[in-house]
Each structure stands twice: as C-alpha cells, then as structure tokens.
Design a protein around this ligand. Structure first.
Ligand code: PRP
Length: 178
C-alpha cells in the first residue's frame, strides 16, 4: 500500500499488538501484584507502547521517560548519549524499562548500566519488537512482544525520518531508504 508516498507492507496488525500487550501487562501485573512498579519509556519510539501497555495494567504503577541519542548507534564504537534523564527517584524501586524495538541492543545495554547505577530494587525489560542476531546483549529481555526479521519497520511509535509514528500498526517500509 502507498501511504503519504511511502511503500508500506502490513506486518503486525492492531489487534495482534493489542492482545500481546494485554498478555504482557497481565503477566507484569501478576509478577508485581503487591508492589508499585515504575515504568520508564525510552523516547521517542516507546510513547505509544507505554500508553497502551499501562492502560492494560491491573495494579497500581507509575511512569517516567528517558531519552537517548539515536545516531551514535550506527558508529562502530557504538556510544549512546543521554539527552533527557528520568525525573523520578528510582532508588529501591521496581523499575521496568519499555522499548518499542531492540535492534543492535546498544541502547538497552546503555540504559541498563545507567539505571542500575541508581540502585533500583529490580530492573526488568519490555520491548514490543526485537530483531534476531543481537550481538551486544548479554542479559535477558523479560517480555518480548514479537521477534521480527531484520527489516526496516515503521508505525506504532517507530519512525522513518521522524514520520509515520502515528500509524496504528507495524509496517515494513519498502524501497530505497536514505
Ligand atoms: C530506536 C528504538 C530504540 C533504539 C533501538 O530509537 O526506539 O530506542 O532505536 O536500537 P538499538 O537496539 O540498535 O540501540 P531511535 O534511536 O531510533 O530514536 P526514537 O525512539 O526517537 O525513534
């Protein structure tokens, strides 16, 4: 299909995303049933996952956001830079980091190290999407929505040149990308 001049092929439907997020929220609600975990979304991509995931939660919870640079991850050295820190004090809290996608694993590894430095009670990880063959990940991701092939995907928070984040499902973006 052609949307806003982009050649998009549907990959994961609205219904599939929603039912998977509900399953994950149910599991987290059960896991932390006597606690008040704090979700930390990684801007910008995770803002829609955060909004939907949290609305499926059946226990009390809090939320905050963090933002890191995106461009540095393409360098072979793979440095990630913090652009906006969390506001909450996560000392002794159950913290759940929420990503839209884990690609190389560099961003989530950076966040793990950084947030561990703030002495949370526990740190766990949720991602809607993950790509195979991640080399730089040496810890498990607790909740994974979908494993996808190594293709460029957009929609549901994921962008191409900051566009297409608002689409309600995940699409493969075809054609020559800049
Ligand atoms: C995307 C995504 C993750 C990161 C994953 O963010 O939201 O944060 O890349 O890639 P990695 O596993 O290779 O580190 P991006 O940097 O594109 O910024 P955005 O969230 O603003 O789109």
């Amino acid at each position: 299909m052609n949307t806003y001049g982009f050649n998009l092929t549907p990959m994961i439907s609205k219904d599939k995303i929603q039912s998977r997020l509900k399953e994950i929220a149910d599991a987290i609600s059960e896991e932390y049933k006597d606690e008040v975990p704090i979700f930390i979304g990684v801007l910008n991509g995770s803002f829609i996952v955060m909004a939907d995931l949290l609305r499926y939660m059946t226990i009390d919870c809090e939320m905050d956001f963090i933002k890191v640079s995106s461009y540095a991850k393409t360098e072979s050295t793979g440095t990630v830079r913090l652009l906006k820190d969390i506001s909450a004090d996560i000392t002794n809290r159950h913290v759940i980091i929420v990503e839209d996608i884990i690609d190389s694993g560099l961003t989530i590894s950076f966040l793990k190290e950084r947030l561990e430095g703030a002495s949370p009670k526990s740190l766990s990880f949720v991602t809607l999407l993950i790509k195979p063959d991640i080399t730089s990940l040496d810890f498990p991701i607790d909740h994974i929505g979908f494993e996808i092939p190594p293709e460029f995907v957009v929609g549901y928070g994921l962008d191409y040149d900051q566009k297409l984040r608002h689409l309600p499902e995940i699409y493969r973006l075809e054609g020559n990308l800049k």
